[in-house]
Design a protein around this ligand. Structure first.
Ligand code: CP3
Length: 344
């Protein structure tokens, strides 16, 4: 049977006059209906683990805007929690975790095979979504890339330069690599279960890939993404994978070929004309409007949206932002972006 969904067609390499569109963090605090459901759940983590409410917030932006894809509502830091790390969110600041800096800290983590007791509600969310989504909407599952997840596990929080993770990488490479291997193994199992539950595509978020330079990028960003992609495609032949090595810069070139991903997501520091010539030549690309346009709107949003659509017109493209939409965004600007992509 021919692939009909717009997003799956782009991932299969088809160029379309109007690209499919979705948005990173499309279920989020800029939407009043999200804030209401989050309040009902109590807090962010309770929302992630409440399958009915997590499915509800995943569906909200689909109902409001008719995006071509829905992304499972969860978080990349649920994997560390399922491995045994403590995790909590400080309102207005972000995530906090117990830190991993010594062999003794690492020894407290459970095996990758033990994650599913904690993560079962996430698979249930996927099952609910795959029966409730409109037939034209693609369901995307996701996980964090091992490096990005490790940066939070090592530092116990978000860090501007990922300093603690780089220090462990240099000072105790064996421990660092053991941690990355554990996360890689857990991520393969986690994504595999999402696919079994109904995810049609999976995306690997490497938000801090850009801070790995030279050989370190090859070893700790590219190689884990290659391993995860290869294992998933072996278990689930044909499953499309989107890679997001954020701020990889010129290392976006050849990333799809080297890792086997079907699509690379571009952040907004990348020039779309350059990316069309150097990255899209290898297959589908996703991106890359700057999130700030969802706050500022107006003619600048329209012009920049048109410029991106135009640059990627001659190959497979999924329209998206270059990073997640922020809580201060105006929902009307999202509609303006969609209208511009769909109507020119
Ligand atoms: O895109 C989606 O709508 C799907 C859900 C999703 C969330 N987080 C929900 C979320 C996805 C795909 C993520 C990925 C994620 N989480 C990443 C990688 C992508 C990126 O943004 O770089 C990272 C690094 C995290 C870790 C994380 N989660 C941080 C650093 C924070 C705090 C910062 C913030 O925006 O508040 C979160 C919280 C988070 N994850 C929220 C949402 C909707 C906000 C929580 C709230 O409602 O209070």
């Amino acid at each position: 049977m021919a692939v009909q969904k717009k997003l799956l067609r782009a991932l299969a390499g088809e160029k379309q006059d109007v690209p499919p569109i979705w948005m990173m963090r499309q279920a989020g605090r800029y939407l009043p209906e999200y804030r209401a459901t989050r309040a009902e759940a109590g807090d962010f983590l309770s929302l992630c683990y409440n399958s009915d409410l997590a499915a509800e917030v995943t569906l909200q932006p689909i109902r409001r805007y008719g995006f071509d894809a829905a992304i499972l509502f969860a978080d990349i830091l649920l994997v560390p929690q399922a491995l045994g790390a403590d995790l909590w969110f400080v309102t207005g600041e972000g995530p906090r975790l117990s830190t991993i800096t010594t062999e003794a800290d690492f020894a407290k983590l459970g095996p990758a095979s033990d994650i599913h007791d904690t993560l079962n509600p996430i698979y249930e969310t996927v099952r609910i979504l795959s029966s409730e989504l409109p037939s034209e909407t693609t369901l995307i599952g996701f996980a964090g890339a091992p490096w990005t997840v490790a940066t939070y596990m090592i530092a116990g929080r978000g860090t501007p330069d990922q300093g603690p993770a780089h220090r462990l990488r240099e000072e105790n490479t064996a421990l660092f690599e053991a941690l990355l291997a554990r996360i890689t193994e857990a991520t393969i199992d986690y994504l595999s279960k999402q696919i079994e539950a109904g995810a049609e595509v999976v995306k690997i978020f490497d938000s801090w890939a850009g801070s790995l330079k030279g050989e370190a990028f090859q070893k700790y960003a590219l190689e884990p993404c290659r391993q995860i992609t290869a294992a998933l495609k072996e278990r689930h032949p044909g499953i499309p994978v989107i890679g997001f090595p954020r701020e990889a810069g010129e290392k976006y070139v050849g990333f799809a070929k080297a890792t086997g991903v079907d699509c690379v997501a571009l952040d907004n520091s990348v020039d779309p004309v350059w990316a069309a010539a150097n990255v899209q030549v290898d297959g589908c690309v996703q991106g890359n409007l700057a999130s700030r346009h969802m706050v500022t709107g107006g003619q600048e949003l329209v012009d920049e949206t048109r410029r991106i659509v135009e640059a990627f017109r001659n190959g497979p493209h999924i329209f998206n932002l270059g990073h997640g939409i922020t809580p201060d965004a105006n929902p009307d600007n999202v509609q303006l972006m969609i209208d511009t992509v769909r109507n020119g």
